[in-house]
Design a protein around this ligand. Structure first.
Ligand SMILES: [Zn+2]
Length: 606
């Protein structure tokens, strides 16, 4: 890896009243006094870059931008093309914004900055003609490997395309790399058919907030490679300035997507048809590829990932078999054995050694393999070993060579650790849960190191407390429970101020809580139960139970879980006898179905 290891925790955030300085916004071109937002090391050479927020359009930009060639961010070693096709390229993430832009069964696509060309390939197999444009080397490699048409030049230099119009003109994560975003959008707009759609995606300037610190945020910033990040208002202005009467700009976490047309838009990002098309594409590639190369591995891995996460286990079984056969042909057998795989990885000394010895999705695969072992094979010990391998390999890779090549694995890490703790607890072993709770601690600085350099989201931390308090309570680890409870209360105090101590008459949700209503109720119940069990902070028990019961009234109609938690809270308020089972019937800690969130790139995959 050429790039210096810049951790998300090393970002320095300016206070809200920091001194503004006069500068010109590269997005809207206004000369204004703009306040600094953050300072961060360049991923290219480590030099400090300062980001400002445009007071006119809310875009954010580095001044000076100090832009490097994008290939520097990912290094020039042989490992990049391999990691890209195996896992780094988000095929779903690049496909869906274009896929849902048009409802025509047969439609044409022009994909500018198409990368390796997976979306071009998918479109041609599913929807109709598709043409890609890509200047970088992997465009040429993809055109050859996938057999799709990709021009290797700037759009304005391609005479064959000069008079062509397309149903969908698409540029995913390109506009943040161009010198003049307005001119770029105007150029693309000329190729949109009369009833066609222009679709642009880009990192979302509104996501850049201290609360969202994570490897995802660092990737969106890409200091040294992104000169500016466009905000929703600026994106709308850019698309309207192209002459489109109908514009829809939507935020999806760290990602901003804009659709624009001369006709009324009919865009459904949650479209089941687009999700089905995506899985059809992966299956179509697997069926047509005889050779078991990195492309096949990458497609089989994504199919396994997305079918496991969707609970489509029959389909997952097929891609798992293909994947294990393919990996068995090209790597040492250790790669497919969870315990030996983690020993193997920890013996490797460089990125290139890892790339030669393992597929880049190894830690991600082991998280999903663990879910499959748990839910399908009902093999709790096998699952536990898989989760541990996922966690240890992710942490090892992130600490050794930075986050950029293991972003997806990092997004699985909090869940992998939680699942490992649940599996171990199912075998009567509380040690993983104790270690996991200690890593969460009070949400303080240590949490970043424990999670491979990336802070879990508040949602993940709060879910962890819900599950962890449950597990320690059910295993009757009173001392560990007392410590986890202390940490949980510190975290809530730090995060939500005095809310917990206030009289429980408020009918609003916990202010700013990342949790869903049901999870909030469960957290209250678990804290109350833990307080009862260890005899600490007992003054909190009644308000927490009252709050849990009160929160239930916010949901209409109430889900079965909400009814169950509220009933338990009321029962405890009525009869807090010493022999009362603090875990009752609402213990969700051991549930086998769970709602998984990657914490990024919504909408979730099929
Ligand atoms: Zn601006």
């Amino acid at each position: 890896m050429n790039s210096p290891a810049i951790a998300p925790s090393s970002i320095r955030w300016f206070p809200a009243d920091a001194n503004a300085v006069e500068s010109r916004c590269p997005v809207c071109r206004e000369l204004r006094r703009n306040a600094p937002v953050l300072a961060v090391g360049s991923l290219a050479d480590g030099s400090t870059l300062t980001m400002y927020q445009c007071s006119a359009c809310d875009s954010k930009f580095f001044d000076p931008p100090d832009i490097r060639d994008f290939s520097e961010i990912i290094g020039r070693g042989d490992h990049f093309p391999k990691s890209y096709v195996e896992v780094v390229c988000g095929i779903w993430e690049t496909f869906w914004p274009a896929g849902c832009a048009s409802r025509k069964a047969h439609a044409t696509l022009l994909d500018i900055g198409c990368g390796f060309g997976f979306s071009v390939d998918a479109w041609r197999r599913l929807r109709g003609e598709a043409i890609g444009v890509e200047m970088a080397d992997y465009g040429r490699a993809g055109a050859k490997a996938l057999g799709v048409p990709i021009y290797s030049d700037y759009l304005e230099n391609i005479p064959e395309l000069e008079s062509r119009r397309f149903d969908v003109v698409y540029a995913s994560e390109v506009i943040e790399h161009v010198p003049d975003p307005r001119a770029f959008a105007t150029l693309l707009a000329r190729h949109v058919a009369g009833d066609g759609v222009l679709c642009l995606t880009t990192p979302n300037a509104s996501f850049i907030r201290e609360r969202n610190v994570s490897s995802t945020l660092l990737a969106a910033l890409s200091p040294g490679f992104h000169g500016f990040l466009i905000g929703p208002v600026a994106m709308e202005d850019i698309l309207r300035a192209c002459g489109f009467a109908h514009v829809s700009v939507r935020e999806f976490g760290e990602r901003l997507v804009g659709w624009a047309s001369h006709r009324p838009l009919d865009v459904d990002p949650q479209s089941p048809a687009v999700r089905a098309q995506y899985l059809d594409y992966l299956e179509s590639v697997l069926a047509s590829r005889a050779e078991n190369d990195s492309i096949t591995d990458g497609i089989a891995y994504r199919h396994f990932r997305d079918t496991v996460l969707a609970g489509q286990f029959d389909a997952a079984r097929r891609s798992l078999q293909r994947l294990e056969t393919s990996l068995g042909e090209k790597y040492r057998a250790d790669v497919l054995h969870p315990v030996r795989a983690r020993e193997l990885v920890q013996s490797l000394a460089s990125v290139d050694e890892f790339s030669a010895a393992c597929p880049w999705f190894l830690p991600n695969f082991y998280f999903l393999r663990g879910m499959y072992a748990k839910l399908v094979e009902r093999d709790e010990e096998g699952a536990r070993q898989c989760f541990r391998t996922s966690r240890e390999v992710t942490t090892f890779l992130s600490r050794s060579w930075g986050d950029m090549l293991v972003l997806e694995a990092l997004s699985f890490l909090p869940e992998a650790w939680q699942q490992e703790a649940v599996s171990a607890a199912g075998q009567g072993d509380s040690s993983v849960c104790v270690e996991w709770m200690a890593s969460i601690a009070n949400g303080g600085p240590d949490i970043v190191a424990a999670f491979g350099g990336s802070r879990p989201s508040d949602h993940q931390i709060e879910r962890a407390f819900v599950e962890g308090l449950s597990l320690l309570g059910s295993l009757n680890r009173r001392e560990a429970l007392r410590e986890a409870l202390h940490d949980c209360l510190s975290y809530l105090d730090n995060t939500y101020g005095d809310w917990l101590r206030a009289a429980p008459t408020v009918r609003e949700k916990l202010p700013g809580a990342a949790l869903q209503l049901e999870q909030q109720m469960l957290l209250h119940l678990k804290i109350a139960a833990a307080c009862t069990q260890v005899g600490a902070r007992t003054e909190l028990v009644r308000p927490l139970l009252e709050r849990a019961a009160l929160l239930a009234q916010l949901q209409d109609p109430q889900s079965p879980m909400t009814r169950s938690v509220a009933a338990e809270a009321r029962a405890r308020l009525a009869a807090p006898s010493p022999g009362f089972n603090p875990w009752g019937t609402a213990n969700q800690g051991m549930k086998i179905s769970y709602s998984f969130q990657t914490g990024s790139k919504p909408p979730t995959r099929p």
